[in-house]
Design a protein around this ligand. Structure first.
Ligand code: NDP
Length: 335
C-alpha cells in the first residue's frame, strides 16, 4: 500500500518536499472493518490549512501520518455486514491506495450509486464541495428569484455547483474566474449569465467597473472563495442588505495578508457576512446531495475535472490547485 505522509510543515509557500511517499502493508481486518481500494482521491484547498500547526477549525495534520482527505473507491474485503466486496463507497481514506475503515463509525463510509452519477463526482459536485455551495447559497445568501448572485473561483468544484444551484433558483448568476478559457466554459457549459476574467484587471477599481456592467442591478449575494482584490471589488457593488457567504480565502492560504480597503461599506450597506464550515452542518447534507445528484443525473450540471494520474502525482497536483492550475474539481486517479 503506497502512502503519502506529511513529512514537515511549510514555512510560507507549501512545497513538494513537505510530503513523503512510503510503502506499508495493509493490516488484517478486525470485526466491523472494511478494506477499500481507492479509485479517486480528492485534493482540496483546506488541506493547505491543515499542513500548518496553527489553531483553526480543523486539527492540524499530524507529521509522519498519511495525509487526510476524501476518497472514492470499492470495497475489496469486508468484515462488516453492512458492506460487501464490490460496493462503491466514499470516505476519508487519505492519500494512499488502500484504507482500512472502521465502518461502524457513523459517517465513516457511505455507499454510493454509480448508475447515473460517475464515482468521481461524489468527491465534487455530489459531495463535500457541492454541499458547500448549497449551504452558502441556500442557508446564508437565501436568494429570491431575479436577484443577482456572484461567486469567485466560479469554475472550481464549489463555484460550478454554485452556478447551477443559483440558476435553478431563478437568479442572475455572475462568475469571476481566472483566464478566458475558464470564463468561456462558465458561460457556455455551466450556465452563468456572465463571467469576468479577474486576471484582466490590475486592481479592485478596474474589476469593480466590470462588475457594474455585469450586474446592472447591483449584487444581492456573494459567495466568497478567494479574498483580497476580488472581495474589495465585489464589496463596492453590493446592494443594501446584501449577504456574503464567506466560504474560502484561497488567496491567503500560503500566509499572505488580505487587507480589506473599505470595510465601512459593510456598515453603509448593512451587509451580512457569515463564515461557515460545511462539515459543521451535517443536517443539510441529505437534502443538498439529493438536489445535486438529481442535477448531475439529469445533465443540468456537468462538472469538469482535472485528474492527476497515480499517487505520486498528488503533491504536485495539490500545489497546482493552490495556484489555480486546476480547471474544475482536482482529483488523483489511482486505479
Ligand atoms: P477550486 O476547484 O475552486 O480550486 C481553487 C481555485 O481558486 C483555483 O482553480 C483558482 O481558480 C482560484 N483562485 C483564485 N485566486 C487564487 C489565488 N490567488 N491562488 C490560488 N487560486 C486562486 O477549489 P474548491 O472548489 O475545492 O474550493 C473553493 C473554495 O472553497 C476554497 O477557498 C476552499 O477553501 C473553500 N471551501 C470551503 C469549505 C467550507 O466548508 N468553508 C468547504 C470546501 C471548500 P481561478 O483560476 O478561476 O482563479
Amino acid at each position: 500500500n503506497q502512502q503519502i505522509l506529511l513529512d514537515n510543515r511549510p514555512s510560507g509557500e507549501a512545497v513538494a518536499g513537505n510530503f513523503k511517499l512510503v510503502s506499508s502493508d495493509t493490516p488484517a481486518l478486525a470485526d466491523g472493518q472494511v478494506l477499500v481500494r481507492h479509485h479517486f482521491m480528492s485534493l482540496d484547498p483546506y488541506m493547505r490549512g491543515r499542513m500548518n500547526d496553527a489553531k483553526s477549525y480543523a486539527q492540524p495534520q499530524a507529521l509522519g501520518q498519511v495525509m487526510g482527505g476524501g476518497t472514492a473507491g470499492e470495497v475489496v474485503e469486508s468484515k462488516n455486514p453492512k458492506f460487501a466486496a464490490g460496493d462503491k463507497v466514499v470516505g476519508m481514506g487519505g492519500w494512499q491506495e488502500y484504507s482500512v475503515v472502521d465502518a461502524n463509525q457513523p459517517g465513516a463510509l457511505r455507499k454510493v450509486d454509480t448508475t447515473h452519477v460517475p464515482l468521481s463526482h461524489y468527491l465534487g459536485a455530489v459531495g463535500m464541495p457541492g454541499v458547500t455551495a448549497w449551504y452558502g447559497l441556500v442557508k446564508i445568501i437565501e436568494p429570491k428569484a431575479g436577484q443577482t448572485v456572484v461567486v469567485s473561483a466560479a469554475t472550481g468544484a464549489v463555484g460550478s455547483a454554485f452556478g447551477a444551484l443559483a440558476k435553478a433558483r431563478g437568479c442572475r448568476a455572475v462568475g469571476i474566474a481566472g483566464g478566458p478559457d475558464k470564463c468561456k466554459y462558465a458561460v457556455d457549459e455551466l450556465g452563468f449569465d456572465v463571467c469576468i476574467d479577474y486576471k484582466e484587471h490590475k486592481d479592485a477599481a478596474s474589476l469593480s467597473k466590470a462588475l457594474k456592467q455585469a450586474c446592472p442591478d447591483g449584487i444581492d449575494g456573494y459567495f466568497e472563495n478567494v479574498g483580497g482584490m476580488i472581495l474589495d471589488a465585489v464589496l463596492s457593488r453590493m446592494n443594501a442588505f446584501g449577504r456574503i457567504a464567506l466560504c474560502g480565502m484561497i488567496a491567503g492560504y500560503d500566509g499572505q495578508p488580505l487587507p480589506m480597503s473599505y470595510p465601512q461599506l459593510i456598515l453603509t450597506n448593512r451587509l451580512k457576512i457569515q463564515g461557515f464550515i460545511v462539515s459543521e452542518h451535517m443536517e443539510v447534507w441529505p437534502e443538498a446531495l439529493k438536489e445535486l445528484g438529481a442535477m448531475v443525473g439529469a445533465g443540468k450540471l456537468k462538472p469538469r475535472e482535472t485528474i492527476a494520474q497515480g499517487l505520486a502525482a498528488a503533491p504536485e497536483a495539490f500545489l497546482g490547485l493552490l495556484k489555480g492550475k486546476n480547471f474544475g474539481k482536482q482529483l488523483v486517479k489511482l486505479v
